[in-house]
Design a protein around this ligand. Structure first.
Ligand SMILES: Cc1cc2nc3c(=O)[nH]c(=O)nc-3n(C[C@H](O)[C@H](O)[C@H](O)COP(=O)(O)OP(=O)(O)OC[C@H]3O[C@@H](n4cnc5c(N)ncnc54)[C@H](O)[C@@H]3O)c2cc1C
Length: 226
């Protein structure tokens, strides 16, 4: 399935195209079947799809994934890259900022509104979790978007037909002149040693006394934990 946050990124990109013109390219790194999802993006307004797919890319962590994505972006030089806030599997929210760093362009995360965009700059509202910031950034740039940013459109029947026939280009590692030490497992410094569900304790420990006694007891507890 298309990562839910990415449906909002696609919609926002299509809205920007409708305002300023240009082309929306849906880009993904994944298995060959991902082509189906890129066609879905085309049925919702993207002009074409690009799939990075190669056994050499398998086993990629976020660093190797963002490196591979950056190779295509370097060739195509998009004015604006829109990512979802995070993927609903890895959940790291690292790909967007890492991709921007690979490309040496500015990025803004957690965008909940595109206030204005021209060919030179973008003005957005960022949700900080505690409030909002209005930020302006020169293009080229990358933003990651939240689900509040828009209401994605449904694919129309002509849209679905377009998606079936849309151009989806497939690139391999050699087609992108990738440094093979930076892609796939060999380019992934993350080591997953084990996965587990963290234990949460709702145990409450009442601490009584005057302020200095409470502070002293808290210090002891912190020392015990550390
Ligand atoms: C050691 C290790 C090995 C792994 N091996 C594999 C593997 O063999 N196969 C596999 O499928 N996954 C593998 N993964 C998971 C994979 O690295 C992550 O799914 C991927 O890097 C995205 O990270 P994330 O899910 O945290 O995305 P986030 O950073 O949370 O995603 C944020 C946004 O970035 C964009 N984005 C994320 N991923 C992609 C992508 N692939 N293409 C285009 N845009 C993207 C989207 O817009 C998304 O909304 C592995 C992870 C680790 C740590």
């Amino acid at each position: 399935m298309v990562n839910p946050f990415d449906t909002f990124a696609i919609e926002e990109a299509v809205r920007i195209k409708e305002k300023l013109g240009g082309e929306v390219v849906a880009l993904s790194m994944g298995i060959p079947d991902t082509e189906r999802l890129l066609r879905d993006a085309c049925s919702r307004g993207a002009d074409r799809g690009v799939l990075l797919s190669d056994r050499a890319f398998a086993g990629a962590d976020t660093l190797a994934t963002s490196y591979a994505l950056s190779l295509w972006c370097r060739q195509y030089e998009p004015s604006l890259i829109l990512c979802g806030k995070m993927a609903v599997d890895g959940d790291t929210a690292q790909i967007g900022p890492e991709l921007a760093e690979h490309l040496g362009i500015p990025h803004i995360t957690d965008v909940c509104e595109v206030i204005d965009v021209t060919r030179e700059k973008i003005t957005v509202r960022k949700d900080t979790g505690e409030g909002f910031e209005v930020l302006e950034c020169p293009l080229p740039a990358l933003i990651t978007v939240l689900k509040d940013i828009n209401l994605p459109r449904m694919a129309s029947i002509p849209g679905v037909r377009y998606g079936h026939e849309a151009d989806v280009q497939i690139f391999t590692a050699s087609g992108l002149s990738a440094d093979l030490t930076k892609v796939g497992l060999s380019g992934s410094p993350t080591q997953v040693v084990r996965t587990f569900t963290p234990q949460r304790s709702s145990e409450a420990l009442p601490i009584e006394g005057d302020l200095s006694e409470i502070a002293g007891r808290l210090t002891d507890i912190i020392k015990e934990v550390l």
